[in-house]
Design a protein around this ligand. Structure first.
Ligand code: NDP
Length: 449
């Protein structure tokens, strides 16, 4: 896809020049700006107020040294990031990622996406994201704790329950959030809802662990319902085997689907009988081992090295839930040739632009992550509300709210896409639906930042 107007084309060129060597950030911005051409045409006031120029520039980007001591007594140094992208509609909100592939461009892309995602939830949350190039794989609990404490020693200066509220992402689950929260409390001497994804014994919300995966399936269900279809008896392929993938698999199964494959960054498992999720949880959540362990106790299942092959498995529904750009144009063509009817992104930007074009051209129901994986941050928003009220809702209450929010996001996407002339284009709908609220808030607040 290419730009039709000089205005957006020039803005994109400026982003590429001002943020060099950040391909993921450029990719995320381009997708949004391509959807903004008709918005700019219909709303000249946003052009006059420089909304588009401002929304692609982070309000603040913090980069810091994280030193910690490993189990051998050696000093290790990593780099930490927090990009506070946009606070027009609420405190910055977005996860922390710990993975060796993290750099400033990756965090900017994630923070930028978060602006629109958070807006779509209807909750008052701005966009931000953070993380480090620290690799948690193979580290002891003590090493993880010392890293998290050092990371928070700097991060604590920049966050707060009404300023910026981080959460988990790749490599950051309940264990890491616990260490981060403990250190924040120690430094500030205050018990506030400064992080979400907390343990239930110290302010966490029920259903937060499950929320992204469950929400993804609720959104997919809404898309399928537009074609009078459902998960019932569908074959489902899910990439990844982390937090999002596991709970997407759980909900897809509860809704009548059969999940036949999961993966990690080394390879994928295929179980034609349907994945035994209790075994996967034991391997990944309890023992923190590799997914290939699965075949030890499931000899009829297969393990294949490499991640990409998972998309060659014939399925009706594909849910990419691992990482960015994991599903390319070639894999998309294979999925289409094998009759896929719906693809919904659990990860952030897992489909390359070529893959998205392929799905849309083939009439596949395609949900972009900023809409379909928003259930995680939405439930984080619910955790913030419960913390402010010093009150806890039941699982049923949180799950019902999550379902309502995913339904609302689906409706918002559909309405915006219809209003802009492409009713089946969820990418257009999500970008415009998410943008308009933020743009109005930025417009109302004047040109102060
Ligand atoms: P986890 O760390 O729990 O799991 C990540 C999974 O993806 C693991 O199976 C991991 O395999 C795999 N993976 C990670 N990096 C790569 C890579 N470079 N290549 C192939 N596989 C990889 O993370 P989450 O489940 O929390 O996050 C997954 C995706 O969902 C991310 O894109 C994240 O941004 C997005 N997301 C997460 C939300 C949440 O609430 N957690 C909310 C919204 C979006 P391995 O173990 O081998 O590294």
């Amino acid at each position: 896809m290419s730009f039709k107007t000089e205005y957006m084309k020039d803005l994109m060129t400026r982003v590429e020049k001002n943020h060099p060597a950040e391909p993921e950030f450029h990719q995320a911005v381009k997708e949004v700006l391509l959807c903004m051409e008709s918005v700019a045409e219909r709303n000249p006031k946003y052009v006059e107020a420089g909304i588009f120029e401002r929304i692609v520039e982070p309000e603040r980007a913090i980069m810091f040294r994280v030193s910690w001591v490993d189990d051998a007594g050696k000093v290790q140094v990593n780099r930490g990031y927090r990009v506070q992208f946009n606070s027009a509609i609420g405190p910055y909100k977005g996860g922390l990622r710990l993975h060796p592939s993290v750099n400033l461009g990756v965090i900017k892309f994630l923070g930028f996406e978060q602006i629109f995602k958070n807006s779509l939830t209807g909750l008052p949350m701005g966009g931000g994201k953070g993380g480090s190039d620290f690799d948690p794989k193979g580290k002891s609990d003590g090493e993880i704790m010392r890293f998290c404490q050092s990371f928070m020693t700097e991060l604590a200066k920049h966050i707060g329950a009404d300023t910026d509220v981080p959460a988990g992402d790749i490599g950051v689950g309940a264990r890491e959030i616990g260490y981060l929260f403990g250190q924040y409390k120690r430094l500030r001497n205050e018990f506030t809802g400064v992080l979400t994804g907390k343990g239930l014994s110290y302010g966490g919300s029920l259903v937060r662990t499950q929320a992204t995966g469950y929400g993804l399936c609720y959104f997919t269900q809404e898309m399928l319902a537009t074609k009078n279809d459902s998960f019932q008896d569908k074959t489902v392929v899910i990439s990844g085997s982390g937090n999002v993938a596991i709970y997407a698999a759980e909900k897809a199964t509860q809704l009548g689907g059969k999940v036949v494959a999961l993966s990690d960054s080394n390879g994928y498992i295929y179980d034609p009988n349907g994945i035994d999720l209790a075994a996967v949880k034991e391997i990944k959540e309890v023992k923190r081992l590799r997914i290939k362990e699965y075949i030890e106790n499931h000899p009829h299942a297969e393990y294949h090295e490499g991640c990409k092959g998972i998309w060659n498995i014939k399925c009706d529904i594909a849910l990419p839930c691992a990482t960015q750009n994991e599903l390319d144009g070639e894999s998309a063509q294979t999925l289409v040739a094998n009759g896929v009817i719906a693809v919904a992104e659990g990860a952030n930007m897992p489909s390359t632009p070529d893959a998205v074009d392929t799905f849309q051209a083939a009439g596949v129901l395609f949900a972009p992550g900023k809409a379909s994986n928003a259930g995680g941050v939405a439930t984080s928003g619910l955790e913030m509300s419960q913390n402010s009220m010093r009150y806890s809702w039941t699982s049923e209450e949180v799950d019902a709210k999550l379902k309502d929010i995913m339904k609302h996001i689906h409706t918002t996407c559909k309405q915006a896409a219809t209003e802009y002339g492409e009713p089946n284009n969820y990418v257009l709908g999500a970008n415009i639906g998410g943008f308009l609220k933020v743009a109005e808030a930025m417009y109302a607040q004047g040109v102060a930042y």
